[in-house]
Design a protein around this ligand. Structure first.
Ligand code: AMP
Length: 460
């Protein structure tokens, strides 16, 4: 039986101290099973989901092999989406704190190529990105993978679903055969097995049960007739009155329609799906995370990698065919010991999906009708915060403190009127109490941040 203490591993004492400072007191199941093999240099296939601690499993492993004095790409992590890449990048930066001057560069689509090229020219040890953009860099010879030591495929099943198989193979062709390869996937369809055969060398296979405890999630199923779906959704909001909600839909069109419907009924909602421009996706995610929007209507792909700590409710506007997707969706509520609620609407001809969920969870689903709900027709959702965008960001060396300083000292806001501040490369987003919006807009008519005149606008 593997010990679950990080000090049982052959990793640097600086990393052990770093993990302690991050509050990682013991290894998660996937770390205890995977890290010894990863540190021995073995290839790995791991069945694990987000939340299992998988990022640290490959992160701690790849960092041990990095040579900080060689400023070339030594580790590459391929992710299906920008959001997941962001999340992985953040976690790696935390893990890399114990080694001075390690550079982690994100290469994802929807971001200016030139900035990425410039970052690479300054030297990067670890690359995190989406396959399409990584391939662009290889084609234009702005990225060299000949010194690569570790290759990670994160959420490999999702990348194949998104049609990245050929691109991934072309990228791998440019890496040395001596590399260590680590593949993480939530599911194991045949296509993944085939991929493993060609990419991995004598791999170790591990699988861990999801650590998420679905027993703290209250699950309810509402049988409705197909034409009542919209009104039933409204009934769920009016009865449960959740503070933050993600409504899952199947299609992009449905997301837009449902968001519009809710908006029209006094429930401010935003849709997020793959058809949005990257900048618009960023904005939606920022607004949801900074509490200036509290209802998101999303497809599964768009919601993946969303870093939301405490959702009060997940609503399935339609049930997925695959019960595993259902469990993954509802796992976004009830985190960190909080109680969550998962509400699902289904029509008679979708009963088979409810049965599949019952089989998968090995328990009976509670089925109700919306008639039994207590509706408060006056219920509405209008967040108290709004999001302001300003046209300066990381490239202008702006930090949250600069913005906070300008708004509290010069514009006269109180600290409590300012929420989360998100700094992007060429723009920043600030959550502001709606009551203070006028003051902020007036200030930015002439106001400066770090001596620079700044343009500001409210996003709606
Ligand atoms: P992941 O599955 O990699 O997305 O990780 C889920 C979360 O668990 C992240 O927020 C990590 O910071 C955190 N985490 C990873 N390993 C540990 C650990 N050993 N102890 C406590 N938290 C951890």
């Amino acid at each position: 039986m593997a010990s679950d203490s990080f000090s049982s591993l052959s990793i640097s004492s600086a990393q052990i101290a770093n993990l302690e400072s991050l509050g990682y007191s013991k290894m998660t199941a996937i770390q205890a099973q995977g890290l010894p093999a990863v540190l021995e240099g073995k290839d790995l296939i791991a069945q694990a989901k987000t939340g299992s601690g998988k990022t640290a499993t490959f992160g701690i492993g790849l960092l041990e092999k990095i040579n900080p004095r060689f400023f070339g790409a030594q580790a590459l992590i391929l992710c299906p989406t920008r959001e997941l890449a962001d999340q992985v990048g953040k976690e790696l930066r935390k893990l890399a704190r114990c080694i001075p001057n390690i550079k982690v560069v994100l290469l994802c689509g929807g971001k200016p190529f030139q900035f990425q090229k410039a970052s690479l020219e300054h030297g990067a040890h670890i690359i995190v990105g989406t396959p399409g953009r990584i391939q662009d860099h290889l084609v234009r010879e702005t990225l060299d993978l000949s010194g690569l030591k570790t290759l990670v495929l994160d959420e490999a099943d999702r990348m194949l679903d998104m049609g990245f198989s050929d691109v991934i193979n072309e990228i791998i062709d440019q890496t040395p055969k001596t590399r260590q390869s680590l593949l993480f996937s939530a599911t194991y369809p045949d296509s993944i097995n085939k991929m493993c055969d060609t990419i991995l060398n004598d791999p170790i296979t591990i699988s861990v049960e999801s650590e998420h405890n679905t027993s703290v999630i209250e699950q309810k199923f509402f049988k409705v007739s197909a034409h009542e779906r919209n009104d039933s959704l409204l009934a769920l909001f009016e009865n449960y009155q959740p503070e933050t909600t993600v409504v899952f839909c199947h299609t992009k069109k449905q997301c837009d329609e449902v968001a519009r419907f809710l908006d029209g009924r006094g429930i401010e909602a935003l849709a997020i799906h793959g058809d949005l421009e990257q900048r618009d996706r960023d904005q939606v995610l920022v607004r949801f995370a900074n509490k200036s929007c509290s209802v998101l209507v999303a497809t599964d792909v768009a919601a993946r990698g969303l870093d939301i700590k405490s959702l009060s409710a997940v609503i399935n506007f339609e049930l997925p065919r695959d019960p595993e997707i259902y469990v993954h969706r509802i796992g976004r509520t009830g985190r960190a010991g909080e109680k969550g609620i998962a509400l699902s609407i289904f029509a008679h001809n979708e009963t088979i999906r409810v049965e599949a969920i019952e089989d998968y969870q090995n328990k009976t689903c509670e089925i109700e009708t919306v008639d039994s709900l207590n509706r408060d027709a006056k219920f509405s959702v209008h967040p108290t915060m709004a999001t302001m965008q300003i046209d300066v960001g990381r490239k202008n060396k702006i930090r949250p403190g600069d913005i906070l300083g300008a708004l509290t000292k010069d514009a006269g806001l109180t600290g409590s009127q300012i929420g989360k501040i998100d700094i992007f490369d060429i723009a920043s987003y600030i959550a502001i109490d709606r009551k203070a919006l006028r003051k902020v807009l007036d200030y930015f008519a002439n106001g400066k941040i770090k001596g620079k005149l700044v343009r500001a606008r409210m996003i709606s």
